[in-house]
Design a protein around this ligand. Structure first.
Ligand code: GLN
Length: 193
């Protein structure tokens, strides 16, 4: 198994570390040639979604990744990565992969509460640590989107088929159960009944 980690900007190193701790092989995606390596799953890290979105297009990565995503590639997006996966971003007509049927609000917690730590439940896993950094939350999600975590009545983690997204950063804690969920429940089960 090999997981591609988008490494254009933001916090990709920590994702590689979390995968390493699970003994899962990964490689960085920085340029078009990197896509010659076949991947079983993709991680879209946190960072600045507008910057990552722009670089994806400038580096000619967007269409090739989008095609794989539309074809069912398992993807795990954290924070900015979640924004890249959303069908709708509040207050703008821009969307990137548009693959999860939900609307997200960027920098949704305002300046005061821009970054915070809490613990809350992740469906099927239990209570996990959650680090939010200028995070989005999900304003609404279509019925086919499974809600995995809520904090203060806001949806902060979802799954739609092979796509997993969290507004928080599991890669910034030593708890790698969300990465394990991605690998075991989505990547390893892809294409199996
Ligand atoms: N505020 C960033 C954005 O809107 C996301 C922050 C993060 O990924 N930690 O893209």
């Amino acid at each position: 198994m090999k997981i591609g980690v988008l490494a254009l900007q933001g916090g990709f190193i920590e994702h590689i570390g979390a995968l390493h701790a699970l003994q899962v092989d990964s490689f960085e995606i920085r340029k078009r040639e990197d896509l010659q390596t076949a991947m079983d799953g993709l991680i879209l890290p946190g960072g600045e979604s507008t910057v990552i979105g722009k670089l994806l297009k400038e580096l000619d990565l967007f269409h090739a990744l989008n095609e794989q995503i539309q074809n069912g590639l398992p993807v795990f997006g954290t924070c900015a990565g979640m924004i890249l996966l959303a069908k709708k971003i509040r207050g703008t007509d821009t969307a990137y992969f548009g693959a999860i049927d939900m609307e997200v609000k960027r920098n949704a917690y305002g300046r005061q509460l821009g970054s915070f730590f809490t613990e809350a439940a992740f469906k099927g896993i239990g209570v996990i640590p959650m680090t939010f950094i200028r995070a989005p939350y999900i304003e609404w999600a279509a019925p086919e989107v499974e809600i995995l975590s809520e904090v203060n009545k806001r949806i902060v983690a979802v799954r739609q088929n092979n796509l997993l997204a969290t507004a928080y950063h599991p890669e910034l804690t030593a708890d790698n159960r969300v990465h394990r969920y991605f690998i075991e429940q989505i990547v390893e089960k892809r294409g199996k009944p």
